[in-house]
Design a protein around this ligand. Structure first.
Ligand code: SF4
Ligand code: SF4
Length: 210
């Protein structure tokens, strides 16, 4: 009989303990947010989608070299001396065209290692984190602003300039060689070695004509 009433008591206490937890949570403010209508504020240094300001990129390749997964592809073309590509916003002289600057964000692991070595601070993490795509190719971000035609023109100009410089260098080398030849006296030909003297006639030798 005692056991019967103790079991009833234990059951009541257990239910009350469970209800205490339930009632406590009923008055706790909700922590679930209604994403995407409501979004959490990101931490200040959150790493998300990358962005490159091509106006400031000098094509130094340091970001690509730092990337552990090789997801940055950069191509550059040297400018010729008659072209002024201007300065970056931090005052660095631009000497290279950058016709290709691709980041395959599908491979990116958001390590941020590409951001730190950039001398002009033009590659940075943004606060954009919603960029899912159905087509993987759409995750290759192409930042270069040069058109293919402009890139071809720059390559052709550089090739012509290099050819001209090579011709000038060859002509200068030939002129220097000719000048050096005229300044030094003509080499004297070595005297021929003396011919061996005729051996003296041996006395007492019989005369063949007799
Ligand atoms: S964040 Fe890391 S993985 Fe992504 S591009 Fe930069 S270096 Fe490469
Ligand atoms: S490190 Fe900066 S300046 Fe150099 S190629 Fe990368 S983005 Fe451009």
């Amino acid at each position: 009989m005692v056991t019967y009433f103790r079991d009833i008591w234990d059951g009541l206490v257990t239910v009350l303990i469970g209800m205490k937890v339930t009632w406590r949570h009923l008055f706790t403010p909700a922590v679930t947010i209604q994403y995407p209508d409501v979004k959490l504020k990101l931490p200040e240094r959150a790493r998300n989608r990358l962005y490159v300001n091509m106006d400031d990129c000098i094509g130094c390749d340091q970001c690509a070299m730092a990337c552990p997964v090789d997801c940055i592809t950069i191509e550059t073309i040297k400018s010729t001396p008659d072209v002024d590509l201007g300065l970056t916003s931090v005052g660095t002289k631009k000497r290279l065209y950058v016709p290709v600057f691709d980041i395959d964000i599908a491979k990116c692991c958001y390590c941020g290692l590409c951001v730190y070595p950039c001398p002009t601070e033009c590659i940075k993490m943004t606060d954009v984190y919603e960029f899912s795509e159905f087509d993987r190719d759409n995750l290759i971000y192409r930042f270069a602003t040069m058109t293919p035609a402009e890139a071809d023109a720059a390559r052709a100009k550089l090739a012509a300039y290099d050819k001209e410089q090579a011709a000038k260098k060859a002509a200068a080398a030939a002129a220097a060689a000719a000048k050096a030849g005229a300044a030094s006296p003509a080499p004297v030909a070595p005297a021929p070695p003396p011919s061996p003297s005729t051996p003296p006639e041996q006395k007492g030798e019989p005369d063949a004509t007799v």
